[in-house]
Design a protein. Sequence first.
Length: 754
Amino acid sequence: MTQLDSHPMKTPQTPAYLNGLNAMQRDAVEALDGPLLVLAGAGTGKTRVLTTRIAHILWTRRAFPSQILSVTFTNKAAREMQERVGALIGGAVEGMPWLGTFHSIGAKILRRHAELAGLSSNFTILDTDDQVRLLKQILSAENIDDKRWPARSLAALIDRWKNQGLTPEKVPEAESFSFANGKGREFYAIYQARLKVLNAADFGDLLLECLGLLQRNPDVLAQYQERFKYLLVDEYQDTNVAQYLWLRLLAQGRRNVCCVGDDDQSIYGWRGAEVGNILRFEKDFPGARIVRLEQNYRSTPNILAAASGMIAANQGRLGKTLWTDRQEAGEKIQICGVWDGAEEARIIGEQVEQLQHKGERLNDMAILVRAGRQTREFEERFLTLGVPYRVIGGPRFYERMEIRDAIAYLRVIAQPADDLAFERILNTPKRGLGDALAQKLHRTARSHNIPLTRAARLLIESDELPARSRNPLRALEEDFSRWRGLLASTPHPQVAQLILDESGYTAMLKADRAPDAPGRLENLKELINALEAFENLGGFLEHVSLVMENQQSGADDRINVMTLHSAKGLEFNTVFLPGWEEGLFPSQRSMDENGVAGLEEERRLAYVGITRARVRARIFYAANRRVYNLWQAALPSRFISELPHDTINIQTDQGVYGGGMREAAPVFEQNYDTPGWQRMQAARRQPRSVTIDVRAQPGRATAATEETEYAEGARIFHAKFGYGHVLGVDGGKLEIEFEKAGRKRVLGAFVQPA
């Protein structure tokens, strides 16, 4: 309890905590009656508004701490909020049992009324591993092939249904066909019944079961509606359907609900977040007030204008425009075109070093990528430069499980005596070689003082193994022998791809319906790309060993590398945004799966990326990307063309493909009004793609068989080299004399008629 709860006292007219608020922040804090939606733009002080509002409710004695329901998305945010409220009112705030995450509050209500959900109050909360183990038992009992229909895939599907507020009987028949030819709903029901027998709930049940008991028991619902005089929700744009339904039920009582969020930063649709929840707030709560927090305290005017101009292209938004009272506009956003991903990493590395030499701390810089696989080239570049770095929100590239598995296969190829690598992949993917066989291999190896691979050959030739173990072990040993022999005549990247395919590892990930499975497949493709840079397999494995050895640095000052999703809520002086190309960003998969909604979420992700920057934001796009071991021509992201013209500079120079961009004195600075920019946008609107096969000649890119439409003497325009005349034609290749860049050999797909 705070001192405010002990005895009545007269409250001051203007509490000190209100003095530092701007007009809209104060309006959001003092509007205590009825439903309120606070649209809080990036960097506008939403956390301050939320905590000050709680303090104001307590200070004005509108409610006791135990009568306020305040919901966050992380336990860390909940702790920080309670500490900040205490600091505002001059003492530690105790007795706020309803300040926490959706799931922690749902668990508390569920334990109080467990019997209404068919549970006991001491029910167990299963983690993901326990959940998958239970589903494996169910699928085994139903004679379902776990290789074709993995339990982990069913777990992800059930979790998605629970996030949508769907109990088994409410799952649409069409959705049931997402698993085991229409049996998904049936297995979901069996799983839920089994949970009741075990007196257990999984993470999704903490809200779904709580929602169900409130819907089925009006008296219990009325009790909580009466208890909570005020409801506050942070990051409302990230709520899923179950969270939305749960909150709406509780808020229909006193209707003093305040939701704080930003529809322009709703970027988690892939894990169930529904931006529609925030868009329909006024419909759900008639008479609701909307307060827009638009004054930004983080970024320069140019950064804010660029972000606001781009996000305006989204149709599904309530609308707001960020502004700041800073007098200086600040640096324009720099747009830089590069030849490929390696050049992109090299130029960003140079710029990082330049900023560091000017006194900028590495901690104040970040590289924000759209896909996790993009981090590899930056990690390796920083290791080469000796620049300390950290990967936030996930493991470093070579620490990822699928990468370590793949490298284990390659280690056994290169060194058959590598017992640790052999043991790692012995039964990965599953081939019936479990723990019992591993123990027998170890005993045989120890007794003969030989490596596990030789022990395997001894056991294969003996009668000590049953056929169910001997046959797959013999097949694996033969595979390794064959793969090892291929290295003498086949480029090592092709051998690596063959190993992943023939071992069943690729098929295992393709069959995995977990949300992260496509990303893991992309990481394996990036691993094959990495092999291309080395003359042989041994050189690559030595490089990986050195990378792993040097990953731990004592430096506290490190540049931050992370995905755009991981960057939400963070801010840096300098933000590098690589890979702004069609298909990569916006993600082609997102657009294919979700159409316009997917594109708009991608645009919100771009908005989040730009607004992480305080001082400078630099966007990069490459003319070529190696995707799935193939060179592909790339076009600049449509998001670049949506940035207001007067907020950006497009920079390149004659040496961008060779000597790099000289930031201090760029040779070429292009404005949107130039014919060159217009032609580049025309190319984007009418894309021409060319695929380059790098497998035909390792280390060299060979153009696919495509004839060019250009003849000698034709005048052309190249988005990065400028204007020139064709000197010679060789299939799809052109030799061109550029007016500024000199003589170059380029692909015909990369130029336009001038």
